[in-house]
Design a binder for this molecule. Structure first.
Ligand SMILES: [Mg+2]
Length: 306
């Protein structure tokens, strides 16, 4: 693998965690005034630079991918459940309900069927926020990328828009890692990934919006719109992230998805050094092991080269 490709793969993982950490203190707040955009890591409920559940679940997915390729649903479910057993404060409702059932002994397939039957309209961003490790593992194998992007979403978020959103973002990441410009990666994913009709219209329109038109809620469609808008209307990692984490609403998740895409587009070296130096978080929960930027870079190499 050449150095540029590796830099983009590492940029995706580090970028996702940094977007999560930048958005953390702004989560559920109002949009920032356009002349007062936050550009630095701030403390929130956690110290400045800390990542949250978005990155924790991605790390659980990454570790399962290192243990089983292609993914094994039952193994991934156990990684998610062992994370959930540490009572993460920010776990989403849908994720908690499904993982609770699996923790009590249900198979992941039975829990998925329960979610489809009892929460048929639930289409949150809880699988989109963590999907990038499947793109790093399969950046060079599109059929496997599609399969594992889908499987990791089905485990907690089987709604068709959640599944399609994960495949779409990971397809774009693979194109970006191979050197496509953001607009071409976007066109490539639009041509190749099947999206439900209304979602497709929203995705096509995403880069045409003004910032005040982006609701940035926890709905997967809104997160995808925000992230695509951030990537496609700016020309650097820093600007894409600053624009998106200042939208208000679900800022850490929109930041994580934007960071994965922009990191794959511009590479690790293009991520501001102060942001990289401040990134931190405990993983696995309860282990007291603190992850820093080098740990994400190392994980990316393992995922991409295994
Ligand atoms: Mg979060």
């Amino acid at each position: 693998m050449d150095k540029i490709t590796l830099d983009r793969l590492c940029g995706c993982a580090v970028g996702a965690a940094i977007g999560d950490a930048l958005g953390m203190p702004l989560e559920f707040g109002p949009p920032s005034p356009p002349d007062k955009l936050v550009r630095v890591m701030r403390p929130g409920r956690l110290p400045a630079g800390s990542f949250t559940d978005d990155t924790e679940m991605a790390l659980a997915l990454a570790e399962s991918l290192l243990a089983h390729r292609p993914l094994d649903g039952a193994d991934l479910a156990q990684y998610f459940v062992s994370w959930y057993r540490h009572n993460p404060p920010d776990v989403g409702i849908q994720t908690a309900q499904v993982l609770n059932r699996i923790a009590q002994g249900e198979s992941w397939q039975t829990a998925e069927a329960w979610a489809l039957a009892n929460r048929p309209d639930s289409a949150g961003n809880g699988s989109l926020m963590r999907c990038w490790p499947a793109a790093l593992a399969w950046w060079n194998d599109r059929p496997q990328l599609v399969n594992d992007s889908r499987l990791q979403s089905r485990l907690t978020h089987p709604h068709p828009e959640c599944v399609a959103g994960c495949i779409f973002v990971n397809w774009m990441i693979a194109e970006l890692v191979k050197g496509a410009a953001p607009s071409l990666a976007f066109e490539g994913a639009l041509q190749s990934v099947s999206l439900p009709d209304e979602m497709r219209q929203a995705v096509i329109a995403a880069p045409t919006h003004r910032r005040e038109e982006l609701p940035n809620t926890g709905w997967v469609r809104h997160t995808l719109e925000s992230a695509l808008w951030g990537l496609l209307t700016t020309s650097s990692f820093e600007e894409a992230l600053v624009q998106v984490v200042n939208l208000g609403g679900d800022t850490d998740t929109a930041g994580a998805v934007t960071g994965a895409l922009a990191g794959a587009a511009y590479g690790l070296e293009a991520i501001p050094l102060t942001w990289r130096q401040q990134l931190r978080g405990e993983w696995p929960l309860g282990s007291q092991k603190i992850w820093h930027v080098e740990d994400f870079a190392c994980l990316s190499r393992q995922l991409a080269m295994k």
